[in-house]
Design a protein around this ligand. Structure first.
Ligand code: BDR
Ligand code: CA
Length: 353
């Protein structure tokens, strides 16, 4: 199995990243670190521990609280999307066992480093489903790990090419690219300097798999998916949800669906997205299975597309952390680099083909 460290900020969709990482037979989950983001760090950490307790993995998988804030920016939390707790919408989330309230002896960055050092060179992945603060600090403190890891899978950014406008809608006549602002995706927006450190690094930039909004907005937890979660796969003649009433719901299944319903509700209220919610974060975990027997052909979004299935692209990325859209465009034209979601407010970004 692929050795994986998961860095996350649960977060409704992060829950599904944890579930996938903890149970997929193709993955050996080394540990979890938490980061500020959807909610303040104490809440994302508590949520991660509660989720592990809910899925019966708390004794096996350690959780380390990482960075409480961005490298150089004031905090931003996604309360409108994930609620005050970061995981609103269910009463079924267990309390984390009290032993976990004790502070771990080593920091998240140290724990990540020692777990990655224990893996064979060129095998381990990091999946980052929150702000990139912990991951940037890890490679800053332990630069030799850049050569050791196989890859870093990042749910973040929005390339804004091809199919985003159709998915995210149009604001004032301009296709919407980002989710937090017109242009900016949340995970990159809340710590753009950390993102820039990774995308500017000569070694890491060749190892990053970016899973942007363009892709994640195609992966929806529809009613059919929710029925599957509640009852397991439909048996013959059971397609209709009603027919499956009374069959095998557990508290865990109900909890997961309640979380999805809350998430769907905020996506409806905030973005007007009716069919959903999109599940961003588990895709960053799924991406680490690329090249294994479990590879998921999730780029196969439109077999009729002239680009064909399994579309992947490699391109240089610049995370613009300051300046204006005009500056960024000018620089992109000169360097041929692609610009992903930007901060600060007032500055904007666009993909330069
Ligand atoms: C990302 O932002 C967070 O709210 C989600 O958990 C996901 O990681 C999507 O932009
Ligand atoms: Ca997240």
């Amino acid at each position: 199995p692929v050795p994986l460290w998961l860095d996350c900020d649960p977060g409704h969709d992060d829950v599904f990243a944890i579930l996938l990482a903890a149970y997929h037979p193709g993955i050996r989950l080394l540990g979890i670190s938490t980061v500020h983001g959807n909610a303040p760090l104490d809440k994302t950490t508590r949520n991660a521990r509660s989720v592990l307790a809910a899925i019966g993995k708390h004794a096996e998988i350690p959780v380390y609280a990482g960075a409480p804030q961005a490298l150089r920016r004031p905090p931003i939390h996604a309360t409108a999307i994930h609620g005050e707790s970061g995981l609103d919408g269910t009463d079924l989330l267990p309390q984390p066992p009290p032993v976990w309230e004790e502070a771990p002896a080593i920091s998240a960055v140290e724990a990540m480093a020692s777990a990655l050092e224990s893996t064979a060179p060129g095998t381990a992945w990091i999946a980052a489903t929150g702000a990139l603060t912990n991951v940037a600090r890890l490679f800053d403190k332990y630069p030799e790990l850049r050569a050791r890891v196989r890859g870093v899978s990042v749910m973040g950014g929005s390339v804004g090419g091809g199919f985003t406008p159709a998915v995210m809608g149009v604001v004032d006549g301009v296709p919407r690219v980002g989710n937090y602002t017109q242009w900016a995706e949340f995970n990159v927006l809340i710590d753009p300097e950390a993102a820039a450190m990774l995308f500017d690094d000569p070694v890491l930039k060749t190892k990053i798999t970016l899973v942007p909004l363009d892709l994640t907005h195609l992966v929806l937890a529809t009613k059919e998916v929710q029925d599957m979660l509640l009852y397991g796969p439909a048996k013959e003649g059971e397609e209709d949800g009603g027919v499956r009433e009374g069959r095998g719901k557990s508290d865990l299944r109900v909890m997961l669906v309640e979380l999805l319903n809350f998430f769907a509700g905020t996506y409806r209220d905030v973005f007007g997205i009716i069919e959903g919610p999109p599940l961003h974060d588990p895709l960053a975990v799924a991406a680490v299975l690329t090249g294994t027997e479990y590879e998921i052909p999730f780029y196969d979004y439109d077999p009729k597309s002239p680009e064909g299935p399994n579309r992947r692209e490699r391109f240089a990325v610049e995370v613009v952390t300051e300046g204006t859209l005009e500056d960024a465009r000018e620089r992109g034209t000169q360097t041929g680099r692609t610009l992903v979601t930007l901060l600060p407010p007032g500055s904007e970004g666009i993909r330069i083909p």
